[in-house]
Ligand binder design. Structure first.
Ligand SMILES: Cc1ncc(COP(=O)(O)O)c(C=O)c1O
Length: 351
């Protein structure tokens, strides 16, 4: 269904102020944003406006009761073309989050038309330098001005974008978390609701104070099975196969994770999606069979893990292993996303 998107252009583009070779991740915002309002029955007032502050009541439901969900995706430049990477997978995942948080579904047509109209308008913001992209942030939040715990009747759906460079610049040191949990059984770990990220900040801050970059979350019941890190999924490469924790309700189903699995399968490299314990990782390490560890996510793409800490001991993997599989995957992923390699998976949606 075509949506009647009204467009109000900015009078003063900020693009000339941006040094595209040195953008700090998430701090520079493109000229426009897409907005639509859920009035309790349907999506209305689909519009594009200059990127600006929103005006909200202090009683806005999302601020108090946390009905806020988001997505993260990227667009890449190839000459004059703008390439979107698997946008419909982000749309699907947004609606999985929406259902769990009792929020309205965003129709595919509204998501894709809003996204493409916004990107057409801000096309010149898609950076071209190596390792850079336009990060896209679709999100939805409850807008009732009402104090009382119940699902909001009204919501706002918004998309804005930021030109970005690399997220992490070097292999990471991670700490296996055994005290705190990111998600609970029966909870919302499989969604991208804002509260998941707020709750992860304290344990992450503690790990960073100990000199680690990120927490490696473990299962909330026994803290023995590895799950994922803050905003990425986790992979280990052994002498025989690539192992990644199987998806379940306390983990986010990463789109990069799925892409990596598909590339590995196409390369006839054995992938195991199954429970992976910390003790198995440690045994593999001491047997010299743990070759590589890496994490995957839209923002980070694919980053190697230098090593992991568990119960006060540090297991260095980079020194004893290599980065053969990670390097292959990173260059395949980047090649496809930037349009420099054939997309045999059907992942690219050209603007
Ligand atoms: C908790 C969590 N796990 C994993 C990921 C990786 O998902 P994707 O590859 O879709 O970016 C993300 C990022 O969205 C995340 O927030």
């Amino acid at each position: 269904m075509p949506h009647n998107i009204t467009i109000r252009n900015t009078e003063f583009s900020r693009i000339s102020e941006v040094d595209f070779n040195h953008v700090v991740f998430g701090k520079v915002f493109s000229d426009h944003m897409f907005l639509a309002d859920w009035n309790g029955k349907e999506w209305t007032a689909a519009r594009i406006e200059p990127y600006a502050n929103l005006s909200l009541s202090p009683a806005t439901s999302a601020i108090h009761y946390g009905q806020t969900i988001f997505e993260g995706m990227k667009a890449f430049r190839n000459g004059d073309d703008v390439l979107l990477f698997r946008p419909r997978d982000n749309w699907r995942r947004l609606n999985i989050s929406a259902e769990r948080m009792v929020m309205p579904e965003v129709p595919e047509s509204l998501f894709m038309e809003g996204l493409k109209t916004l990107l057409s308008l801000d096309k010149s913001w898609v950076p071209s330098s190596e390792g850079s992209a336009l990060y896209i942030r679709p999100f939805m939040f409850a807008t009732d001005d009402f104090i009382g715990v119940r699902p909001s009747e009204k919501y706002c759906f918004c998309i804005f974008t930021c030109p970005v460079g690399p997220y992490y610049s070097k292999p990471l040191r991670i700490k296996v978390e055994e005290k705190y949990s990111r998600a609970a059984q029966g909870g919302v770990g499989f969604t991208k609701c804002a509260g998941n990220y707020g709750a992860a900040m304290y344990p992450t801050k503690l790990a960073q104070a100990e000199g680690y970059d990120q927490v490696l979350w473990t299962d909330p019941s026994t803290h023995t099975l590895v799950e994922e890190t803050g905003t990425t999924n986790f992979f280990s490469v052994t002498s025989n196969s690539v192992i990644t924790p199987n998806l379940h309700e306390t983990m986010l189903a990463g789109i990069t994770r799925d892409s990596v699995i598909q590339i590995l399968k196409k390369e006839n490299i054995e992938v195991e999606e199954r429970p992976l314990s910390v003790s198995e990782l440690k045994s593999l390490h001491s047997a010299g069979s743990l070759k590589e560890l890496f994490i995957t996510g839209t923002a980070a793409t694919l980053i190697n893990i230098e090593g992991f800490a568990h119960q006060g001991l540090y297991f260095d993997v980079i020194q004893t292993g290599n980065t053969n599989i990670s390097d292959m995957l990173r260059s395949r992923l980047n090649g496809i996303r930037h349009g420099n390699l054939a997309d045999s998976f059907g992942w690219i949606d050209k603007l």
